[in-house]
Design a protein around this ligand. Sequence first.
Ligand code: IVH
Length: 674
Amino acid sequence: MNADSGTAAERAAVLRERLHHHNYRYYVLDDPEVTDAEYDRMLRELQDLEAEHPELQTPDSPTQRVGAPPLEKFDTGAHLVPMLSLENAFDEAEMTEFDRRVRTRLETEAAVDYCAEPKLDGLAVSLLYEDGVFTRGLTRGDGTTGEDVTVNLRTVASLPLALRGDRPPSRLEVRGEVFMPRDGFERINADHRERGVKPFANPRNAAAGSLRQLDSRITAKRPLRLCCYSVGVIEGVALPDTQYETLECLQAWGLPVSPERRRINGLEAARACYDDLATRRAELAYEIDGVVFKVDSLAAQAELGFVARAPRWAIAWKFPAEEQITVLRTVEFQVGRTGAITPVAKLEPVTVAGARVSNATLHNMDEVARKDVHIGDTVVIRRAGDVIPEVVRVLPEKRPEGARVPEMPTTCPVCGSDVVREEGEAAHRCTGGLYCRAQRKEAIRHFASRRALDIDGLGEKIIDQLVERDLVEHVDQLFSLRHEDLVSLERLADKSARNLLDALEAAKETTLARFVYALGIREVGEATAKALAAHFGSLDALMEASEEQLCEVPDVGPVVAHSIRTFFEQPHNREVIAALRTAGVAWTEGEPAGGGPKPLAGSTYVLTGSLEEMTREAASERLQGLGAKVTGSVSKKTTAVIAGADPGSKVDKARDLGVPVLGEADLRELLDVR
Ligand code: IVH
């Protein structure tokens, strides 16, 4: 061991404890105390420390969530007590019947206390903690034995690798659901589509597919979450008397439980709870397919016991299905803003998860072929949350005679221009560009949308008319619309016309990021637009940037860089931009964070303590913009440590190693060098 490993060991222990604490605040209490960036910085510092001193790595270190080398196959393991399933109630009558049975068996007229929890749609697992340390995790399997997915589960960030508290149980087998939140599911599927990999049919499949990966490094990249709901075995500590308090107890040990859990009394309250979750279902960050009601008293549970493979004391009251079966009448082709032509299924209308659905997306022609969709097919439709309904699969056994495969038209259904499909792309595109009215409408809609220029009152109906009557060919012409143009449109009275003109005037004052996003450059979403604005500071700098310079922006790769370059090379795009500026669209330009000379290239800085004039993140970004590397831990290779107020041990370490320590004034000077 070298001289500084004493302080390194202490620092690693402090970081580990802080990271465990922040993990708990984030995943279990849903009440984070630090930003994601701060968390990531601590994690990076610990990673660096462990890389320098491998002997400091512990099995429960938060750095150990990256996955392990692939397995040949999963071992199997026996559950300490069988994992049961739940009886279902599909309507209120069945729920009422359940409640009556419970009261009859318990020989009581009184309303029963229930613990209500959302029924998460994922994959059931059992987790074993021995002396507070996570030692084994199994899938449900057949209920008696499951697959050993311990290494995969270790990568799930919300799963505590060690229990919190001074006296955890000597043995705890806890059950819960591993699931994938909707946003993560969308992200994974978008990525799959882009790479030509088959997307997952729903978040449940995505969770199952991710957890049952032989290569846990893949699991580590998937946004899986854990939610615990019951205890199989406990030794060394007594459980409280009720399910509700059991959940509280699990939470205190650091295990995530549902924030939607409720203790309720009687059937009426159960109905209210069901209705409440049913109405909020679409707003939740994850999919649920019902509400589980469990008799709250554990003594009463013991008295009720089990039938076959389900407890008599619990029931899952299911929500109406998110999938339905209907007939696909025809396929239409819709032209989007970037000219991408999407096949849309026109359906025999059905109610899916409470809403009437008559259109569903088929994404692209590869998907049509992969799902083997024919016109006239009976199809399964899925609608989850606010995502566009989609055709999940067809039922080929119900295919009528003579059903035909939909074909992509060779010319654009809106403007008649040629339709092409570029090498390596899933989408077919109309080549009409802004000549194509469909693309023009979409471009205007995007330009006016809330996260772009936010033009209040410029809705779809008005855009349609503006384009159909050739009042607006390019977005800049929005700003030359006159009151008389607007009142000539259907459904636009004098007052609304004036409001719209005011909204257009107000929208002229914007930010560079919004403006860049509003342009509707392919591959440039809101986050990329923000990154570009921060990096270049001015529109001119961005417009002149080469593909190499564009690639220096965080998250911009060659494909995006090429798309941006191509956009700004088009003379008509430059004309529209110039016209927008002439019309008075303006923003405050900032200092470029990067892209200029790199005077600090080759140097490495460590930031510590709190700075007065800027956050450490901002300082770090600007240093990186000038070519410096910013790391979390001090080593002999560090150029200098920049210390703000209350700097901590990094300054001591720098002094030990003879690394210069700079103050905020020096930092300012550094950042001015250009
Ligand atoms: S309790 C003996 N609680 O539903 C009680 N299960 O259909 C067993 N599930 O295999 C389970 N959320 O995967 C329980 N809050 C919850 C649940 C839940 C989802 C799943 C679980 C189970 C299946 C039974």
